[in-house]
Design a protein. Structure first.
Length: 228
């Protein structure tokens, strides 16, 4: 499992898009923090935490699905299509493959968030640990969904296509459902993480983590039942 974790983590940095993604996060953090700092100096207003982290919140809540599915939609079906997973299952368990892949992807996003929040902390002189944790919980949900789809969908091209659809559908309908009284949107409201993260109170993030854990469990069961 440790070897899979390390390989997935290192491989995450080998694509140009993954480096561009980190660059986007750091750039947004830098320019927004610089703007907030300069604005507060000019106006004499002390900006709240939201002013510094709003760019990151937008990137993860709105664009997070797109970033993650673009980078990691084939994390499992890449191995099954190339048959390299047959070699992996002779060395470790199928559960370890899933967990190792997840840890590798989580590590990538942890570094990305840490770099972004470190940039914000440089300007604000404070590390917003609570917001850091809530955004990482949101990323954990998206990554778990991404790995689940990669287990359920055998073709890389199809997982990319469905991932793009999901990247547009969940943020659109999830946020829309927060402001609509339509019955079908109310059902969607409780199926997406936005209600729990934005309206769930102190412990809403636990529900999102529970969803993520369920998706990881289903991913493991799916891989166990597949004939490799």
């Amino acid at each position: 499992m440790i070897a899979i974790w390390k390989k997935e983590f290192i491989q995450s940095f080998r694509s140009i898009f993954s480096l561009i993604t980190i660059g986007i996060f750091i750039a947004v953090s830098y320019y927004l923090s610089d703007f907030v700092t300069n604005s507060s100096l000019l106006t004499g207003i002390k900006f709240a935490e939201a002013g510094y982290v709003s760019g990151l919140v937008f990137l993860i809540y709105i664009m997070g699905f797109l970033f993650i599915f673009s980078l990691f939609h084939d994390t499992i079906n890449r191995e099954t299509e190339s048959r390299t997973i047959r070699f992996l299952v002779t060395k470790t368990s199928r559960s370890s493959i899933i967990v190792g892949k997840l840890l590798g992807i989580f590590s990538y996003w942890f570094i990305c968030l840490l770099a972004s929040f470190s940039m914000i902390a440089f300007f604000s002189h404070e590390f917003y640990i609570k917001t850091f944790g809530s955004l990482f919980v949101m990323l954990a949900y998206i990554v778990s969904l991404c790995v689940l789809l990669s287990c359920l969908i055998p073709k890389r091209s199809m997982s990319m296509f469905i991932g793009l659809l999901i990247s547009m559908a969940i943020p659109t309908f999830g946020l829309w459902s927060l402001f609509s009284e339509k019955l079908w949107l109310k059902i969607i409201k409780y199926m997406t993480p936005y209600h729990y993260m934005l309206e769930g109170g102190t412990w809403g993030w636990l529900v999102v983590l529970l969803f993520a854990a369920i998706m990881v469990g289903v991913s493991i069961l799916s891989l166990h039942r597949r004939d490799l």
